[in-house]
Structures are given as C-alpha cells and as structure tokens.
Design a protein around this ligand. Structure first.
Ligand SMILES: Nc1nc2c(ncn2[C@@H]2O[C@H](COP(=O)(O)OP(=O)(O)O)[C@@H](O)[C@H]2O)c(=O)[nH]1
Ligand SMILES: [Mg+2]
Length: 191
C-alpha cells in the first residue's frame, strides 16, 4: 500500500464500541505503557504538533482516540498501561474489547521505551498480542537518549519479550526526527 501522510484529521474519542467511528479503512493501533511516547509518535508521524495530545503527566489519556489520514488509514491512540493500579482497572477491558472486536484492525504499533528493560506488563502485552496473532511492529521510542553502543542491545531486548522470532522494529525519536520514513515504509509493507 502506498501511503501519503498529508492530511491528518481527528475523528472521535470513545470508551466503548458503540462510540467507535463507522469507518471501513484499515486501522492501526498504538499500544504501550503510559508516557512511552504514543501521542508524540502520532504527532510526529502526522507532522502535526498537538493533534494527539501529549503530556508530561503520565496516565492522562483515558480514552481511545481515532485519527484518519488522507481517507486512507485510521490510527488509534490507545490509553497507556502501567500508571496507577486504580486507573488501570478499566483499562484492561477497554483495550481488550477494542482489540478483540474491531474488525478493521490490521496492525499494531507496540511501543517500548528504548531506555528501559521491558516491564512485566510489556511482557504480558507482547505475549497477548502474539497469542491473538496480531501483526505487530515494535517501535523503540526516545532513542535520542541513547548512545550508539546502547542501541546495539535492541534486538536482544525485543527478543526477550517476543521469543524466537524478531518482529519488524524501528528505532524512533519524535524529538530528533528519526525513524519516520522507516516506520511509514514498514507500515505500508505490513498492511
Ligand atoms: N527525548 C524524547 N522525549 C520524548 C520522545 N517522545 C516523547 N517524549 C516525551 O515523553 C513524554 C510522554 O510523551 P507522550 O507522547 O505524552 O506519551 P504517551 O503517554 O505514551 O502518549 C513527554 O514529555 C514527551 O515530550 C522522544 O522521542 N524523545
Ligand atoms: Mg498519550
């Protein structure tokens, strides 16, 4: 699929299926813990500062946010996990419902903070995505904070949670403009 990425547009926010938009475009969901850089990635991909809200306060996005690009694709900014136990209670069912019921969902962008070892929740999420046979691209965020030698650990880090088969992955920095073209190409290839 040839992707253009010209005109992004916010569609709607939802907590349950009756509120999902009635689109028939292929959909891509963005998953990762709170503060990993999901909204920043979307804004950077869209070249639109502030379309997806970013925050220094972890755990602020409690809604599923839908965006459309060029009437070609829908991107879905899912609420992050691993912030506060209490707030996470509704998270599980909201995300599970979305992942298991959304027919047009084609691809997952699974974000991992490149600076940290994956958490237990990251591992559980990876196992679950594999169990459900989702096509997944791993995005290592905030690589601007790493040295070149630290980056060589990345394939090993991903293998630790995805088992023997290394999924496609890209090293990304929204602040230092790295990984965008590579990610768009990978998305096109995997749709
Ligand atoms: N250095 C650096 N900081 C980033 C990057 N992406 C996001 N951040 C910061 O990480 C914090 C959380 O980002 P956000 O996109 O709101 O994360 P979300 O909770 O996953 O949506 C914000 O303070 C961002 O400025 C990046 O590529 N590099
Ligand atoms: Mg966010």
């Amino acid at each position: 699929m040839r992707l253009t990425f010209h005109e992004p547009r916010f569609l709607t926010s939802a907590t349950e299926p009756s509120q999902y938009p009635h689109t028939h475009l292929p959909e891509i969901a963005i998953i990762g813990r709170s503060n990993v850089g999901k909204s920043s990635l979307l804004n950077h991909l869209f070249r639109h500062r502030g379309l997806a809200k970013t925050s220094r306060v972890p755990g602020k996005t409690r809604l599923i946010n839908f965006f459309c690009i060029d009437n070609q694709l829908v991107f879905v900014d899912l609420p992050g996990y691993g912030f506060a136990k209490k707030q996470d209670e509704g998270w599980g069912s909201m995300i599970e419902t979305y992942l298991t019921q959304r027919e047009h969902l084609r691809l997952i962008l699974f974000l991992l903070d490149s600076r940290h070892e994956p958490s237990e929740l990251d591992k559980q999420m990876a196992a679950w995505l594999q169990h459900l046979h989702f096509r997944t691209i791993v995005v290592l965020t905030k690589v601007d904070k790493l040295t070149k030698s630290e980056r060589t650990r990345h394939p090993g880090m991903i293998l630790k949670i995805f088992g023997e088969q290394l999924p496609p992955y890209v090293e990304y920095s929204s602040t230092h403009n790295e990984g965008r073209n590579e990610l768009i190409a990978l998305i096109g290839k995997n749709l």
